[in-house]
Ligand binder design. Structure first.
Ligand code: CU
Length: 123
């Protein structure tokens, strides 16, 4: 019986440690950056406003997501960028040149899989 309690206490301790650890991690990976540039990306049923969006390499830019209708989001895995109506802006620094696919972050309906746009990062 006593052993059981010790075991439970140990588990709780580990759980608390992991929770704190991961909170710290997410803070470290999202430093506060200020950006002078900003880009507004709008989404509606079932498309992004533009087929492509252009960014400059190494220039911090604040991406702002605007939901026009329906319920969508945007997702660009290469830049760890995921925005929706809950979290609608983030500053990123595009550190690589190329074309990156942007898709809808929320399974929003019949047109979900065709909600694709492109982020083009130029030198
Ligand atoms: Cu969508």
């Amino acid at each position: 019986m006593k052993k059981g309690i010790t075991w439970l206490a140990a588990c709780m301790f580990i759980l608390i440690l992991t929770a704190c650890g991961s909170a710290k991690d997410s803070e470290a990976s999202e430093p506060e950056i200020t950006a002078s540039e900003q880009l507004v990306i709008k989404a509606s049923n079932y498309e992004f406003e533009q087929p492509e969006y252009r960014l400059k390499k190494d220039v911090p830019v604040k991406i702002i997501y605007e939901n026009v209708n329906g319920n969508h989001g945007l997702l660009v895995p290469e830049f760890k960028l995921r925005l929706d109506t809950q979290k609608n802006s983030k500053v990123i620094i595009p550190d690589k040149v190329g074309e990156f696919e942007m898709s809808c972050a929320i399974v929003c309906g019949p047109g979900h899989s065709s909600m694709i746009s492109k982020i083009i990062v130029e030198e």
